[in-house]
Design a protein. Structure first.
Length: 202
């Protein structure tokens, strides 16, 4: 007859072995699952790193170009402000050197006026006038003012303005016979055209 106690012990041992086996299987499955998750994380991380490595050169180039643009924009803004300041200063003080030279002319006129107050000789007055006039024209010439040639020249609408026309055979057609008012220019810029009388055919 089979011993019931022995059978119970065997059943208990079998159950314990079974439980241990199940525990081992469960642990292995858990390890496999954790390994799979870790591999997925590693793969994701590697993929992210690869993407960053691919994207980084373009990102660096973009940042470099963007920084260059910002610097250029700042430099241009500073240049524009300097130009505006220089233009304002030129408009405000551009005539400064010329006016300083004109002060000498004013001084000569004032001295001339005092000199002729008690002078009755017209020649002395004329001499003072001519001296002051010469001084005045010399200052303007040094400042760049030029008289536009007229009499004897061929009429040029860029420099001359015909206010009279005189038929004559003594001068070629379109020749300026007389200068009625002086014209002036500064460099290539005409400040005032010369008023002239132009010869025409009879």
């Amino acid at each position: 007859m089979e011993n019931p106690f022995k059978k119970a012990v065997e059943n208990t041992e079998n159950n314990e072995v079974k439980d241990e086996t199940e525990n081992v299987i469960t642990q292995e499955e858990q390890d496999v699952s954790e390994n799979s998750q870790q591999e997925e994380l590693d793969n994701d991380k590697n993929a992210t790193v690869e993407k960053e490595e691919i994207k980084n050169p373009y990102q660096e180039k973009y940042e470099q170009l963007n920084n260059q643009y910002i610097r250029l924009a700042a430099d241009f803004d500073n240049y524009r402000k300097r130009q505006e300041q220089e233009r304002e200063a030129l408009l405000k003080y551009g005539a400064e050197s010329t006016l300083k030279k004109m002060l000498e002319v004013i001084d000569n006129f004032e001295r001339g006026l005092k000199a002729i107050e008690s002078v009755e000789d017209c020649e002395k007055v004329k001499e003072c006038y001519n001296l002051a006039y010469k001084n005045f024209t010399d200052v303007l010439t040094k400042a760049g003012l030029e008289v536009i040639p007229a009499e004897g020249e061929i009429f040029d609408p860029n420099f001359h303005e015909a206010v009279m026309q005189t038929p004559t055979s003594e001068k070629p057609e379109h020749t300026i016979i007389a200068e009625l008012q002086k014209g002036y220019k500064l460099g290539d810029k005409v400040l005032r055209p010369t008023l002239v009388n132009v010869a025409t055919q009879e």
